[in-house]
Design a protein around this ligand. Structure first.
Ligand SMILES: NC(=O)c1ccc[n+]([C@@H]2O[C@H](COP(=O)([O-])OP(=O)(O)OC[C@H]3O[C@@H](n4cnc5c(N)ncnc54)[C@H](OP(=O)(O)O)[C@@H]3O)[C@@H](O)[C@H]2O)c1
Length: 314
């Protein structure tokens, strides 16, 4: 697969990233079975063999189980660690984790970030995380404290580079001003069903500051395919009836499928959006790679944008 540099770093990644959110087969650890763990390992191996070299994860994905499954694959395929980038996130705490009755919350305190990252390292079974991201903005984030936590993790060799996820551009700037290390990625939801990043300043900031935008749920969690199995609450209102026929027509004219065109649509943006493919189906994981070689015309790109907006351009 083609590769791209990540932000201003020395890291180079495959054009598409692979996302491990769904690899445990459930978001509830009580529902994880040896069979679902094995299927998750197979999905990750399929992605590695298909040329994906960035594996995205988070401590809260199935309460650490997704990191454990990726860790198991890294053990099973020892040469993989040297060839791929391991990305994970922290800063979200589930309810009841520290004491009964504690609410779900965000926590960018230095103590929590350092300890969360160390626990991720243990579950992944690696010495260093290549890319560590703040998962969702903590309303109480103190930029100086985040800078202390990041410096501590970097100086100890536990993290190589840092990024953020789901931030407002202004908050990214506020944190970046305090942190001596550049944020190299901003992971946000971008798809034909979720256009905010194009107009809320996120992609403009990525262009100006040379931050790589990573797109989560690039297929609207499956709605752009044959239907979604598991949607986030924020995705339940997505309506794609207007988009699917336009996608289908463009796909037909290229001898491709809707998924390939929807990913190619993201890839065309000059900020070099990196879609994070979240399928756990080995065949779909391999097929998605075709998007990297599909160049849409400006006319096709705008037809899809207009269909996605559901109204004409101003
Ligand atoms: N930073 C954040 O806040 C955040 C939030 C969410 C996700 N993420 C990251 O982004 C990654 C991708 O997110 P995502 O999993 O929502 O991405 P996605 O690629 O939009 O959706 C994947 C889902 O779509 C289904 N799907 C794919 N192709 C399909 C088709 N042709 N027909 C029917 N269903 C199809 C998959 O099912 P199968 O498995 O059966 O193929 C899977 O359930 C995650 O793994 C995670 O790493 C980050």
């Amino acid at each position: 697969m083609q590769s791209i540099p990540l932000g201003v770093s020395s890291l180079s990644s495959s054009r598409l990233a692979y996302g491990c959110w769904r690899v445990a087969g459930s978001w509830n650890p009580a529902e994880v079975t040896p069979e679902s763990q094995a299927a998750g390992r197979q999905a990750i191996i399929a992605a590695y063999e298909a040329g994906y070299t960035l594996f995205d994860n988070a401590d809260i994905y199935c309460h650490g189980e997704a990191e454990r499954i990726l860790g198991a694959v890294l053990k099973e395929v020892p040469e993989m660690r040297g060839r791929v980038l391991i990305a994970t996130k922290g800063g979200i705490r589930p309810g009841g984790d520290s004491q009964a009755g504690a609410p779900p919350r965000y926590d960018f305190s230095a103590t929590h970030l350092v300890s969360a990252c160390e626990q991720s390292l243990m579950r992944l079974g690696v010495q260093t995380i290549d890319l560590y991201m703040l998962h969702r903005p903590d309303f109480l984030a103190d930029p100086e404290e985040v800078a202390r936590a990041f410096s501590c993790l970097k100086d100890a060799g536990k993290v190589r580079y840092f990024g953020v996820s789901n931030f407002r551009p202004t908050l990214l700037t506020a944190l970046q001003v305090a942190c001596p290390m550049p944020f190299i990625v901003h992971q946000v939801e971008i798809s034909l069903a979720r256009l905010d990043a194009f107009t809320d300043g996120t992609l403009d900031q990525c262009l100006v500051e040379r931050i790589t935008p990573m797109a989560w749920s690039p297929l609207a969690a499956g709605l752009i395919g044959d239907g979604a199995k598991a949607l986030l609450p924020s995705q339940k209102s997505y309506r794609l009836q207007g988009i699917l026929p336009v996608l289908e027509n463009i796909a037909k004219s290229h001898g491709a499928d809707r998924i390939t065109v929807a990913l190619a649509w993201l890839l065309k943006h000059p900020a070099r959006i990196q879609p994070i493919v979240g399928s756990t189906n080995p065949q779909r994981i391999r097929e998605a790679v075709k998007a990297v070689d599909l160049e849409l015309t400006r006319e096709e790109w705008y037809s899809l944008l207009i269909a996605a907006r559901g109204e004409p351009l101003p």
